[in-house]
Ligand binder design. Sequence first.
Ligand SMILES: C[S@@+](CC[C@H](N)C(=O)[O-])C[C@H]1O[C@@H](n2cnc3c(N)ncnc32)[C@H](O)[C@@H]1O
Ligand code: SF4
Ligand code: SF4
Length: 388
Amino acid sequence: MNEMAPGTVAEATPVNESTNCARAPIGLLAELTHRCPLQCPYCSNPVELERANTELSTEDWQNVMRQAAELGVLQIHLSGGEPTARRDLEDIVATAAEVGLYTNLITAGVLLTKERLQKLRDLGLDHVQLSIQDVDPENANRIAAYKGGAEKKHEVAKWVRELDMPLTINAPLHRQNIDSLPRIIDYAVEVGAGRLEVAHIQYYAWALKNRAALMPTREAFMKTAQIVDEAKERLKGILVIDFVVPDYYAKYPKPCMGGWGRGIMNVTPSGRVLPCHAAESLPGLEFDNVRDRPLADIWLQGQAFQKFRGTDWMKEPCRSCPRKEIDFGGCRCQAFALTGDPANTDPACSLSPLHKEWAEVATQESHVEPPEFIYRRMGKPTTEPTRG
Ligand SMILES: C[S@@+](CC[C@H](N)C(=O)[O-])C[C@H]1O[C@@H](n2cnc3c(N)ncnc32)[C@H](O)[C@@H]1O
Ligand code: SF4
Ligand code: SF4
């Protein structure tokens, strides 16, 4: 690893076709900052957030964009935290567009103005993915602990369409907004979204702390599946609906990140390059930083990327399973969090010896009165939101 001065990003090197990696990543998730004015109890960002004074500089991020394009990445997802909290978002978008990357802004929307959105579009922003907490403003603002957030998001959604940009609405679903699903679908149609992501919460990082407050019953989940199926049929040609089922009620796990080190890389606010955004929760992994090593080297040779790439690392029952190249054994972070060994089969899989016990916990939690949300406050979890 070549040491470089802080604040600089290692120069890109061309991808060596003789290496053991079959292809370049399709997407790069750029977590521009962990700062965020909202406090969603289901937030998948790490329990320990990176501080603002460790964030990559504008030049660093621009260099990441150039290296990503050279590596063959097609899409950049500008996320966080709240990516619009970065005042240099315009410079980063402009560079990404210049080097030919498709740019997707993943945002809670509350910090945007129409003028800024227009400027971002003019600089080359291709797509906006706006998250909502609920369609009922009171409940939405309670969940996010942010006064006026729902109303502002509705305005932002309209601006996106007025500016003729494609819009996706992302609605993480849990027991405290699950009954709104039909109205969430109507909302997506009303604001002119082309796509709706109905994502049952993934219980990682901060979200795991609030699992009991968020876990829906199996019956409620089954109903959402029916509602989505009916809406998909009814809204063909109007709205595409992506439905992410909750792991706890699934038969097989999802191929987390499309398979470890296969299609997506994640760069944290301070420049650490991860195979998935929760990978820092795993023991024994070494994460390179874009300040020290070229992105292509990290993707191809980085220890963390090599560790669970492919299927050689698998244990039984995955090792001899015909689905092993379909779901890649599920999620390593969930396997570690729930079994203590990241190479174990994700307990979301019905073939895992721990699946039954694990699904039972979820069922029990979903049938008792939900506890209060634990809101994130830097350094101090609380059941009181700090604002709202
Ligand atoms: C971490 S957020 C960052 C971007 C922005 N702050 C926002 O919320 O839109 C990225 C996306 O993940 C979604 N999300 C957050 N936590 C999640 C979880 N535990 N399960 C599923 N989706 C989640 C958000 O709704 C958002 O669409
Ligand atoms: S999910 Fe909520 S708390 Fe987490 S980064 Fe997005 S808006 Fe902020
Ligand atoms: S045993 Fe492993 S590979 Fe087979 S379905 Fe379950 S998680 Fe997937």
